[in-house]
Structure formats: structure tokens, C-alpha cells
Design a protein around this ligand. Structure first.
Ligand code: F6P
Length: 330
């Protein structure tokens, strides 16, 4: 039975990571183990920045965004010599399990450690992009969508008042999950995703038909990876065609890039509950001496998926939702 369990957050922070840390620490302690926090992601294993975490150390963090352990993107982890150093840290500190909270880059790192270390590595799915396999939804996604949606609602007010066309860029370099969700939730007239080939003629046609149907504002949600230049690049590419349409507001379009505000802020209740469930499940698995598993949810049930299966899964966007955007724009 594992007694000393390390916990790490890595990659892009996501609202709800603190709720997951809290659940791991309290779950491990309640089960008779000792939790050790590792600062600044995998870099903390290389630099040996570890600290014991008791139940009181994670008081009052449930509602906070970011990560109390800090996080990092750690390219050094691709170097086997650096990973050996990290594993030496795990061994010399007497850790028997490691819980990794993060997205696909983090879980790839976790899989590498699991292959090279005798202890158990347990992953917790956490990324606002929601592009990790082995789970329907990941910690931070719901909060990021709600943050983006609130911004879109505000932009709709001004877009309506001035009869304007807006391109709103949301996060997601390789995945359009946030874009699709908020396009439906925010009543967007069109949505552009990295997963779907960009057709600018079609887009200009949608904007024209929107105007012809008497709509007084038009919002196009653009995932950052849908165009190599993001929403600004897209507008630049089609501004002549928009000008040629001669629509009020058409040639006077605005771009809003929501950016990193989507990563911060207090997690929603859904993210707090998800993080708490996955944290407790990972703590129990760590104490039971298990490893090589990613924790996520399918339907409303916590699911365990082996790292290799979860990382091989190509998560697809919901095409029916995509088709609905057009119809719902009415
Ligand atoms: O964590 C995921 C993510 O927020 C992506 O949506 C975005 O493309 C990327 O990280 C931004 O990374 P950085 O914070 O390093 O600029």
C-alpha cells in the first residue's frame, strides 16, 4: 500500500485544479497516507521543490482558479536524462505514487514516468481545451465556456446596438470544443473550428444571408486554431469580400480576442464537483498501489482508462451540434 503520494499540476492551468489538489490531499490523508506537493509541474521533480501538504494546507482553495502548486510547460521532460533525475527525486523522497493533474502534454509525461518508474502514476483529466481522450469532459472546460459565454453575451449587447459584425476568438489551438459549446450557448451566427476546413466563401455567404433575414447583429465564434492568423487573420483575409457586400457594419467589423481570461477565475460548481470526484478516485487508487491510469468521466460516472488508450483516443467534435448552429441562428 502506497503511503507517500506526490501531487503535481502541469501544463496550462485550468479552473478546478485547486479543487483536485484539495481532494487528492484530503483523500490520501483520510486513507492513512501522506501527500507531498510538487511545485511548478514536472520541473519541480527535476529541481526538487517538494513540500508536505496536510488537510489544512489546502483549506480555502476549492473556489480559487490557477494552481496553488504552480504549473509549467516542461520541454526538458522529453530528455531521458532529465526524467531520470525526476525519478531519482521520487525515489529519494520515498514517494510510492504520483498524481498528475493536467491535459494531454501532462499525461504524456505521466505515461513516460510510469514506464520508467516502479511507483504508480495516476492522471486526472484537466484542461480547458477538453481535448484529452478517456473522458467526456475535463476539469476547467465548463468554467472556461461559462467565462467565454459571459463575454459573448456582453458583446451581443453592443453588437445589437450598433448593428455590427463581430469575430470573437476563443481558446483552442488544436481543438474547437470551447468554440462549439459557446457558439451554441451564445447563439452565434457561425463558428469556425480547427477540425473543419475553413471555407471563407461559405462564411461570407452566411454573413450576407444573416443580413438579408433582417438580423441586426452577427457573431462569428473563431477557435484560435481555425485560421493561421486567428480571428484577426481571418478578418484580414475576407475584408474585401465583406466590403463588397456593402452591408451596414460589414466592412466595419470588430475582432475580440478573449485569450487568457478563459483560463482564470473561480471554477463553476460542475468543475469543482468533477475535480473533487476525480481527486478522491485518484487518491484511493494511489493508496491501493495502482498506476498507469487516467481518471475521467463517461456520462456521469468516474472512469479509469489506461494511459496508452486515453492518449491514443482522438476526441471528435459533435457534428450534430455544429449543424445546429446554422439552424439555431434562424
Ligand atoms: O491550456 C490550453 C491553452 O489555454 C490553449 O487553449 C491555448 O491555445 C494555449 O493553452 C495557450 O498557451 P499559453 O498559455 O502557453 O500561451
Amino acid at each position: 500500500m502506497a503511503r507517500r503520494v506526490g501531487v503535481i499540476t502541469s501544463g496550462g492551468d485550468a479552473p478546478g485544479m485547486n479543487a483536485a489538489i484539495r481532494a487528492v490531499v484530503r483523500g490520501v490523508t483520510a486513507g492513512g497516507g501522506e501527500a507531498i506537493g510538487i511545485r511548478r509541474g514536472f520541473g519541480g521533480l527535476i529541481e526538487r521543490t517538494l513540500e508536505p501538504l496536510g488537510p489544512r494546507d489546502v483549506a480555502n482553495v476549492l473556489q480559487r482558479g490557477g494552481s496553488i502548486l504552480d504549473t509549467s510547460r516542461e520541454p526538458r521532460f522529453l530528455d531521458p536524462a532529465m526524467r531520470r533525475r525526476a525519478i531519482e527525486t521520487l525515489e529519494s523522497e520515498g514517494l510510492e505514487a504520483l498524481v498528475t493533474i493536467g491535459g494531454s502534454g501532462t499525461q504524456q509525461g505521466a505515461q513516460l514516468i510510469q514506464r520508467e518508474w516502479s511507483g504508480g502514476v495516476l492522471g486526472i483529466a484537466s484542461t480547458i481545451d477538453n481535448d484529452l481522450g478517456g473522458t467526456d469532459t475535463s476539469i476547467g472546460f465548463d468554467t472556461a465556456c461559462n467565462t467565454a459565454l459571459e463575454a459573448i453575451d456582453r458583446i451581443r449587447d453592443t453588437a445589437n446596438s450598433l448593428d455590427r459584425l463581430f469575430f470573437i476568438e476563443v481558446m483552442g489551438r488544436r481543438a474547437g470544443f470551447i468554440a462549439l459549446e459557446v457558439a451554441v450557448g451564445g447563439g452565434a451566427e457561425a463558428v469556425l473550428l480547427p477540425e473543419v476546413e475553413l471555407d471563407t466563401e461559405w462564411l461570407v455567404g452566411v454573413i450576407r444571408s444573416n443580413h438579408e433575414r433582417g438580423k441586426i447583429s452577427c457573431i462569428v465564434v473563431v477557435a484560435e486554431g481555425a485560421h493561421p492568423g486567428g480571428a484577426r487573420g481571418l478578418l484580414h483575409e475576407i475584408e474585401d469580400s465583406l466590403e463588397a457586400l456593402g452591408l451596414p457594419g460589414g466592412a466595419d467589423a470588430r475582432v475580440t480576442i478573449l485569450g487568457h481570461i478563459q483560463r482564470g477565475g473561480n471554477p463553476t460548481v460542475r468543475d469543482r464537483v468533477l475535480a473533487s470526484r476525480l481527486g478522491i478516485a485518484a487518491a484511493n487508487a494511489a493508496l491501493a498501489g495502482r498506476g498507469g491510469i487516467l481518471f475521467g468521466v463517461r456520462g456521469n460516472t468516474v472512469r479509469e482508462t489506461p494511459f496508452d488508450v486515453a492518449l491514443a483516443e482522438k476526441k471528435e467534435i459533435d457534428r450534430t451540434l455544429l449543424e445546429m448552429v446554422n439552424t439555431l441562428a434562424g
